[in-house]
Design a protein around this ligand. Structure first.
Ligand code: MN
Length: 318
């Protein structure tokens, strides 16, 4: 019978100096699902990880082709509500038109940031305009708002120019927060960062990290090796706190998002398009959207409003 070695079996040297704990590395697969009629890879939340910093949702859509399954014009996501989160829309190709219940009508194109803060409640619709029909490639992300701001008024920001930072082997665009010597002007309610990375073919890029942050790397195109793990589209590389840099080796040109932040300290209750803390808050939001009480406002859109499924814990409708 063989068994594990006991500590008492180890040589003295091994006992005397236990190695420092290595920062965590995890690789997880994105879940394939459908938003509107478009297939997406949902990297977050997943079973192992609910949040990375305040980032609580990462959908990667496309690249969609005009003849692709269920695509047609591109993305068509009718009016739907949000609360307690910020939506971050970031494109690699195509164009999306955002309309919301604050009265915003704002197209977003590659290199530009659409950032909507839901607070107590907002509604929006997103669609591919006719002029860029069939092309859609990007990421839709959510950032959980902290209790200090999550009941506040909704707001919207569009940033057409963001700081770009040249790194060895890569160029970084700072969507939110600070990275290297770049600082984004985008609103930020918690300590988090979002960076678009273009790693050159055959390059070894070194990214400066904040040791107090945890991070996720999500690949949009290409593939890279980080911390001895090969990652490509459809996977999420999670890095725990305690690193001051990350090396990336890319055999081909690679496009990725680096997401990070101080671990989010409040426990979230997420359901449908809502980020809350309790079921009672979700129940109230469900009622307000279903009964159109006005809490989420009206969106000027030709697309059909998206109805919420009744939360399972509420049982059958009376
Ligand atoms: Mn939305």
């Amino acid at each position: 019978v063989s068994g594990p070695l006991e500590v008492s079996d180890l040589p003295d040297a091994a006992r005397a100096a236990p190695p420092a704990p290595r920062p965590i590395v995890e690789v997880s697969d994105a879940r394939r699902t459908v938003v509107g009629s478009a297939p997406v890879r949902r990297a977050l939340p997943n079973r192992a990880r609910r949040t990375v910093g305040a980032w609580c949702f990462v959908d990667h859509f496309g690249p969609l082709q005009p003849a692709g399954p269920g695509v047609g014009r591109g993305l068509e996501i009718g009016p739907h509500p949000h609360m307690g989160l910020q939506t971050v829309t970031w494109l690699f190709d195509g164009e999306l038109l955002h309309r919301d219940s604050i009265g915003t009508e704002q197209p977003v194109r590659p290199g530009q940031l659409n950032l909507m803060t839901a607070g107590h409640g907002v509604a929006h619709a997103e669609e591919t305009p006719l002029r860029s029909a069939g092309r859609a490639h990007g990421m839709q992300l959510w950032v959980a708002q902290p209790s200090a701001t999550r009941d506040g008024a909704p707001s919207f920001e569009h940033h057409s120019a963001l700081p770009r930072v040249e790194l060895p082997g890569a160029v970084a665009t700072v969507l939110v927060g600070g990275f290297a010597d770049g600082a984004s002007p985008a609103r930020r309610d918690t300590e988090h960062v979002g960076v678009d990375l273009l790693v050159r073919t055959g390059a070894h890029a070194v990214l400066p990290l904040d040791p107090g942050f945890e991070y996720a790397l999500v690949i949009a195109e290409g593939a890279t090796v980080a911390e001895s793990h090969a990652v490509g589209p459809g996977r999420l590389l999670y890095l725990g706190e305690g690193r001051d840099e990350l090396g990336l080796h890319s055999g081909s040109a690679t496009r990725a998002l680096l997401l990070g932040g101080r671990p989010f300290s409040e426990s979230l209750f997420m359901w449908w398009n809502f980020v809350a803390r309790t079921r009672a808050e979700i129940d109230a939001a469900y009622e307000d959207w279903t009964r159109a009480t006005g809490r989420f406002g009206e969106v000027r859109s030709d697309l059909a409003r998206i109805e919420a499924d009744r939360p399972a814990w509420r049982g059958a409708a009376p």
